[in-house]
Design a protein around this ligand. Structure first.
Ligand code: 5GP
Ligand code: MN
Length: 343
């Protein structure tokens, strides 16, 4: 992926003065791409002599606990000592990684907005980013933010700067955001980047095992329950949805991240083009959407669930009951189909 030289020059200018206080922040419900890209980028910034704090609004899933350096990530929600607020307040420069709108920081949005002095740089691959960044690396054609960070490092200082640790971090996002190299934007450049990471000492089976084979028994059983008992098909079997109530999640000792991948599973059914997952939270229902081919769930999420994301993977929220949310989904899918969006 070609990163414009002019943007790299601006980035170099912003980083020219050493010893700056820098915050790297990523989105609510941080995933492998969010954490991997943040920690790898923080490593590069530190190698240039800056003080860096990585912050996420809430906890990352437990199957990322093994990631090198993850213990240094400040989780705003659990941060009794106020480290996140202090670091953001004192920051000269704030990097926003793997999200396109400050509102995606949810509980952290106001704290970030309060520092009006810091320069802000966006490094992201979602569609339709917010305006108002001092510098924006917005590349929706990148399959992950980790791959984008790799390309920026390559353009800015060359791949020699990438350590084995960074290679592992970057690979996590490349692997998870592409569904293990199965979705779109699988370019030759991406695989060349993976080849370079292997040269750095990356061991793919180990990373795969750490991320995908590290669930709890409760998660495995919840998965069976969700597919068997909760998956519904509509529109002649071409559209799926699934929902989980808090009581059901409690029954299987749900931990954050346990439902990851559930929404994708319905797409293993040949006829299914679009799939939704409704996950109950205390104050709202989190909506996850997936599709294949030309079915655009970014458009669907924007239109019906105040959300967004990518063409084939998007999300949003619902502030009504589970029943009403599902009814709204069924009606919206009908309208979407009538407008010709389901092919
Ligand atoms: P997931 O279903 O994995 O939570 O999210 C899928 C994609 O949709 C991610 O790229 C995520 O950034 C985006 N997404 C999820 N929830 C929201 C939301 O509430 N608003 C927006 N704009 N994007 C979302
Ligand atoms: Mn991502």
């Amino acid at each position: 992926m070609k990163i414009q030289q002019e943007k790299i020059d601006r980035l170099q200018d912003l980083l020219a003065r050493p010893g700056q206080r820098i915050v790297v922040v990523s989105h609510t419900n941080p995933d492998g791409d969010a954490v991997g890209s943040s920690l790898a980028w923080a490593g590069i910034l530190r190698s240039k002599g800056h003080q860096v704090t990585c912050i996420v609004p809430n906890k990352y899933p437990y199957f990322l606990d093994w990631m090198p350096g993850i213990e240094e990530v400040v989780v705003f929600k659990n941060d009794a000592g106020g480290r996140a607020v202090r670091a953001i307040g004192e920051a000269d420069l704030i990097f926003c990684l793997d999200f396109n709108a400050i509102s995606r920081l949810e509980i952290l949005s106001d704290t970030l907005a309060a520092n009006t002095r810091a320069r802000r740089v966006l490094i992201d691959h979602h569609l339709s980013p917010d305006e108002g960044f001092d510098l924006a690396f917005s590349y929706p054609e990148s399959s992950s933010t980790c791959f984008l960070v790799y390309c920026i490092i390559e353009a800015m200082c060359g791949v020699d700067a990438i350590t084995c640790r960074m290679a592992e971090l970057l690979y996590v996002g490349m692997m998870t955001d592409t569904g293990n190299f199965a979705f779109s934007f699988l370019t030759p450049e991406l695989f060349r980047a993976v080849a370079v990471l292997i040269e750095k000492g990356l061991r793919i089976p180990e990373i795969h095992n750490n991320v995908y084979n590290a669930y709890t028994e409760g998660r495995a059983r919840l998965f069976g329950y969700a597919i068997n008992r909760k998956m519904e098909l509509i529109e002649e079997g071409t559209v799926a949805y699934m929902s989980l109530l808090e009581s059901e999640m409690r029954r299987f000792q749900f931990q954050q991240g346990d439902s990851e991948g559930f929404v994708n599973y319905a797409l293993t059914i040949k006829k299914v083009k679009m799939s939704a997952m409704f996950l109950a939270h205390r104050k709202f229902i989190r909506v996850s959407l997936r599709s294949r081919g030309d079915v655009d769930v970014n458009l669907f999420a924007r239109k019906y669930f105040n959300g967004g994301g990518h063409k084939n993977a998007a999300g949003g929220k619902s502030f009504v009951s589970m029943r009403e949310t599902i009814d709204h989904y069924i009606r919206s899918v009908r309208e979407f189909a009538e407008e010709g969006h389901l092919g």
